[in-house]
Design a protein around this ligand. Sequence first.
Ligand SMILES: [Zn+2]
Length: 275
Amino acid sequence: MPTETETGPLTQCLICQKMPTIKAHLLPEAFVRQIFHYPKADEQHVIHHPDTGQKVQSGTGRFDRAILCAKCDNVLGRYEDSAFRLINRLRTVPIGTKCGTENLVKTGTYPFRVPVVNEFIRFACGVLWKYASTPLESPGHIDIGNCKALFENICFHGADIPESVDALIERDLFSFAAFKDPSQVYYYCTPSVGRRGERAPKRMAWFSVGGFTIYLKLDEPGLPDYAPKKCWMRGRKQCFFNATMRSLFVNQGIHSSIGLTHDDLARLNRSLKKK
Ligand SMILES: [Zn+2]
């Protein structure tokens, strides 16, 4: 049985039951580090949870010490590296022009190719599996029901992606509007779960990293009328991302969060400069 130590309880990896577990980042550290406006090695940021009002200081985003060993975390790391490269590449695709505070966006779909079919879907399943594996009382915890076991098989045991699981990505225009340089990233957003679509809504989860919002269909048959059909990535090498004005409102809570954390962030970074 795991025993208690000075550094906290010794826990088993949820996948292989080995010890010790490591500090596994819930969102890949690379995505979290890139949100700074320009490289500042010592800058910290504030994570704000609007539901509870909780604010946490952070350098590399939230992690959990009790879910994965290094070997199993590395399995997800490979998907995360490839997703990071893909998202960075897609952020440079011009979707409009910026002139001062005026943004002209050409909405529609934009083609791109992925090197490995379904690898991006495995990445998205991995992020959701991690947040679903955190303790119930943890601020970012999500409940994805039976999908947790399904995603575990997809990410760690190489299971095929069933027709009931699919992903699409949408350029986050809120993020696009914030900066002139497309390489800059404004913020990230941890996963939410809900039903999306007009006539036949499906249960989906979504999170935002790298200037894109990633949507994952949670084990339901059929596709929701939430985006053009060709945007669903399952089984495709030739893919399309979506650009729609709707994305301006998906993360609008961020706007108030930034206002609410502004003073904490300024204080935090002032204290770092003094050191
Ligand atoms: Zn393990």
